[in-house]
Design a protein around this ligand. Structure first.
Ligand code: UDP
Length: 459
């Protein structure tokens, strides 16, 4: 029997529970981790909220259990992640519902016994409910190691005067967290700074209260940042087990929106490496003027492109209108879709660059395919991811300031056809080799999964 078969038999009598935060960038890596653990012979139960509920039909191999989340309808409708996290936790802490659901899942003797619960760091209420039942938790961090290191450093950043950020200090280096500058730190607008601080403190507490931490990154990408976390945390393990989408056997199945697959046929007909893929993730939004500048920037660049325009991309409108004359201007050269099978798109031979908002998943997916990036961060950890792309890995550059059509067309030319883009592409190809080697037998991420499975089995 192969090593895999033996390992599967050994673990077949255990089960892991997973509970993702109900946002696309958090759901994807959690279900990928679940898939990897399932591949090692562990049974998986997915707990999920009613808000952004998951579709069990897409994962017949897992058991699904819905948990009442108590997010008020108006907060849910705002789509605003920080208030939703706080409201969800407050409701879960105020009611015995999560604990009751967990207790009944644990008592289900038709299933192998549960070893532990994997949670998102933003679900402190769930960590507390699990702890009350004696169920160990482990945290999956869906952002970078640098980002979590910034969470841990947040009180210090306040104490040392970097936060709240002052307009005049945005380019001041944060000497405690190189190469970050004040503008790169995790933040939203100054007005809700207290809320951000609370959410980050709770995320750190969730990790500190847990048995161990898995980060969706890989050792060679964030060596120093992982070391910093390991020095600061007193948990059983901090493992870098990413990029999880490359370890997971299935890339689709966790999309909240329907993927428009017509783009794959369209890509098949394009020249290798010629297409710029443009997407700003699942949450970022803009005003109509910005959308119009982006549209004309793409049109004026002369470059083939595939652009994801979500129905809610433009604030306050349902179904953004593209500017008059745009369709004609880009006919045969550009394609606009509401949602893409992104990982497949990035792996397609026709795609040669990615204009991204630098959500961590998108950043890691781009790195995994050796693609250089134009970075247009919006909020949260996106500025810091951009900083690493530009200043540490050298695999892209930032498009600073408000989007403006001439600036955009120039940036696209630079990335796709000029020397600076070629240098970034070369570095991206080198980085991709490191991804390949961390995923090989004996590679750091595969070893991390081995260790994780051992920890789970020891519980
Ligand atoms: N994604 C996708 N189709 C799209 C755009 C995004 O499947 O058209 C996926 C993408 O592959 C990534 C996730 O949605 O896994 C977005 O996560 P990310 O961390 O990049 O950004 P967020 O949406 O959290 O801002």
């Amino acid at each position: 029997a192969s090593r895999g078969d033996v390992s599967r038999r050994q673990h077949a009598h255990r089960r892991v529970l997973v509970f993702p935060l109900p946002f696309q960038g958090h759901i994807n890596p959690m279900l990928q981790l679940a898939d990897v653990l399932h591949g090692r012979g562990l049974a998986v139960t997915v707990l999920h909220t009613q808000f952004n509920a998951l579709d069990p039909a897409l994962h017949p191999e897992f058991t699904f259990v819905a948990v009442p989340d108590g997010v008020p309808a108006d907060v849910a409708a705002s789509g605003s992640i920080i208030p939703i996290i706080l409201a969800m936790n407050a409701a879960m802490e105020a009611s015995p519902a999560v604990r009751d659901v967990l207790a009944s899942v644990l008592a289900d003797d038709g299933q192998p016994p549960a070893a532990c619960l994997f949670i998102d760091a933003n679900l402190l209420a769930v960590q507390k409910a699990a702890s009350a039942l004696g169920l160990p938790t482990m945290v999956l961090r869906t952002g970078s190691a640098a980002c979590f290191s910034c969470f841990l450093a947040y009180p210090m950043l306040h104490h040392n005067g970097y936060l709240p950020p002052k307009e005049s200090q945005l380019y001041t280096p944060v000497k405690e967290l190189p190469p970050l500058r004040v503008r790169d730190l995790f933040r939203t607008s100054t007005s809700d700074h207290k809320m951000v601080r609370k959410v980050l403190a709770r995320a750190s507490e969730t990790v500190r209260n847990s048995f161990g931490l898995v980060v969706n990154t890989f050792d060679a990408l964030e060596t120093a940042e992982l070391d910093r976390i390991r020095r600061e945390l007193d948990v059983a393990f901090v493992l870098a087990a990413g990029p999880l989408h490359k370890l997971s056997s299935r890339s689709t199945g966790s999309s909240l929106l329907r993927e428009d697959r017509s783009c794959m046929e369209w890509l098949d007909k394009q020249v290798p490496g010629s297409v710029l893929y443009v997407s700003f993730g699942s949450l970022a939004s803009m005003d109509g003027g910005e959308l119009s500048e982006i549209a004309w920037g793409l049109a004026n660049s002369g470059q083939p492109f595939l652009w994801v325009v979500r129905r809610d991309l433009v604030r306050g409108s349902d179904g953004p209108g593209l500017p008059e004359g745009f369709d004609r201007a880009v006919e045969g050269r550009g394609k606009v879709i509401p949602w893409a099978p992104q990982q497949e798109v990035l792996a397609h031979f026709a795609v040669g660059g990615f204009w991204t908002h630098n959500g961590w998943n998108s950043t890691l997916e781009s790195i995994s395919e050796g693609l250089p990036m134009i970075c247009m961060p919006h909020f949260a950890d996106q500025m810091m991811n951009t900083r690493y792309v530009e200043a540490v890995w050298g695999v892209g550059f930032e498009l600073e300031g408000k989007p403006e059509r001439n600036k955009i067309a120039k940036a696209i030319q630079k990335l796709m056809n000029e020397r600076e883009g070629e240098v970034a592409r070369e570095k991206a190809r080198e980085l991709k080799k490191k991804v390949v080697s961390c995923l090989k037998s004996g590679g750091s991420s595969l070893l991390a999964i081995d260790k994780l499975v051992e920890h789970i089995s020891s519980l």
